[in-house]
Design a protein around this ligand. Structure first.
Ligand SMILES: Cc1cc2nc3c(=O)[nH]c(=O)nc-3n(C[C@H](O)[C@H](O)[C@H](O)COP(=O)(O)OP(=O)(O)OC[C@H]3O[C@@H](n4cnc5c(N)ncnc54)[C@H](O)[C@@H]3O)c2cc1C
Length: 377
């Protein structure tokens, strides 16, 4: 399917970002996977080339391109190297600073994120609360000119690397929806990192536990109204789900692109695997689903650009593509036979990566809740 979604300036951006991935990421990727983390230097390089937070206003060092197609291109080009979390940084976390931050906060925090000098993370999930945000137990109490933050978080992407963590904490014991968003920075006393967690996939990305013991977050580090963070999070989760959907589709497409040449080349019973009817039919099904999914995602991106992407549409995009990525990577691995199960075979990496897409940024069940609820309003 020919995509009529991008303009020449997007293609230019893709070309230069693809070169960057080829030269600066791909040669080192296996080592980063083994280390379980992506080095901080690559963020600075990406920032210096203008690949982070492309949407950010020029005043903060960005290109001012408020067009999610650039975020989409970054997701697509990074699909073969899962775990280089520029998307999380630029498309998921930095928008909190942009939408909720004051001028002073944007100058102090967003500009460092755009330059890649500060790596971002968002910490909502806790050992006892993930899907149910109102169930978090981390608390923040106002003490004069600062808030005292206490609690723990888990599964935080970039948790080890992050210089700036946006932490969700309860601010009123009587109201479970009174949540504030606090910027906690490396070096603040009482802020500690726990284990770097070992995951099924996304090995090049660090995912960590974080602990907060009487962390004094200055009032200047509160994002928006400290009692209305719940609503802000619900709004921003739409962006996160669109970013996740772009990533899911990109992973599925990458798996398909790896598999097609392989089945043409690989022989069994004296003929290419591609010539079995089963292979042709499965390839045809996947190609059809990928193209149809792409049309919906491209449309969702444009709805986002015009400010019209609804929470339900974002949930549909996230649900469909996450499930698709699971189906496609599973079927593609099957076509690789035993090789597909070996970590050295890139399809194994995509298969493992795709599994979490049904879990993070809201599980598939939660997406169905959102869509179902909207039907019964
Ligand atoms: C690799 C990775 C990276 C992550 N990165 C981050 C991050 O950077 N920051 C962050 O804050 N979090 C992060 N998360 C956490 C992620 O968002 C949560 O794991 C996810 O929201 C699910 O929460 P949970 O794990 O507590 O599962 P639970 O909420 O305990 O859910 C368990 C099961 O119950 C189902 N369930 C729950 N509620 C309902 C319901 N109402 N109806 C039907 N079924 C339901 C769920 O779908 C799931 O199948 C990450 C997770 C992973 C695995």
């Amino acid at each position: 399917m020919k995509r009529r979604h991008f303009e020449p300036e997007h293609e230019m951006f893709r070309k230069s970002f693809r070169e960057f991935v080829k030269n600066e990421i791909a040669p080192h990727y296996n080592a980063w996977e083994r280390a379980g983390i992506t080095p901080k230097e690559i963020w600075k390089k990406a920032g210096a080339h203008g690949f982070l937070c492309t949407w950010a206003d020029e005043a903060y060092g960005g290109a001012g391109c408020r067009d999610f197609r650039y975020d989409q291109i970054v997701a697509e080009e990074l699909a073969h190297t899962p775990g280089v979390a520029f998307g999380l940084h630029s498309s998921v976390v930095a928008p909190y600073l942009d939408r909720l931050g004051t001028e002073e906060q944007k100058r102090r925090l967003l500009s460092r994120a755009v330059a890649g000098e500060a790596i971002l993370a968002v910490a909502m999930t806790e050992p006892a609360a993930g899907s149910d945000l109102a169930g978090i137990q981390t608390r923040a109490e106002l003490r004069g000119d600062h808030w005292l933050v206490n609690g723990s978080k888990t599964f935080v992407s970039n948790g080890i690397n992050a210089d700036i963590v946006i932490v969700a904490a309860k601010t009123d014991a009587a109201n479970p929806r009174a949540i504030g968003l606090f910027v906690v920075e490396t070096g603040m006393p009482g802020f500690e990192r726990g284990r770097k967690l070992e995951k099924l996939g996304y090995h090049a990305q660090d995912t960590a536990e974080l602990f907060f013991h009487d962390v004094e977050a200055p009032c200047a580090n509160v994002l928006g109204d400290p009692r209305k963070g719940f609503h802000a999070i619900m709004r921003l989760l739409g962006d996160e789900r669109l970013a996740a959907a772009c990533g899911s589709l990109a992973v599925a497409r990458a798996a398909f692109d790896l598999t097609l040449p392989y089945v043409k080349e690989r022989k069994a019973f004296g003929q290419p695997v591609a010539d079995f009817q089963n292979t042709k039919f499965k390839l045809a099904e996947m190609k059809t689903e990928l193209d149809i999914g792409q049309a919906f995602i491209d449309r969702s991106v444009m709805e986002h650009n015009s400010g019209e992407l609804t929470a339900e549409m974002a949930a549909e995009a996230k649900l469909w593509t996450a499930e698709l990525a699971g189906r496609v990577t599973d079927q593609c691995l099957q076509f690789f036979g035993g090789y597909g199960y070996m970590w050295e075979c890139p399809i194994a990496r995509l298969y493992a990566a795709a599994r979490v897409h049904r879990i993070w940024a809201g599980t598939s069940e939660i997406m169905k809740e959102i869509i179902g609820r909207s039907l019964l309003k």
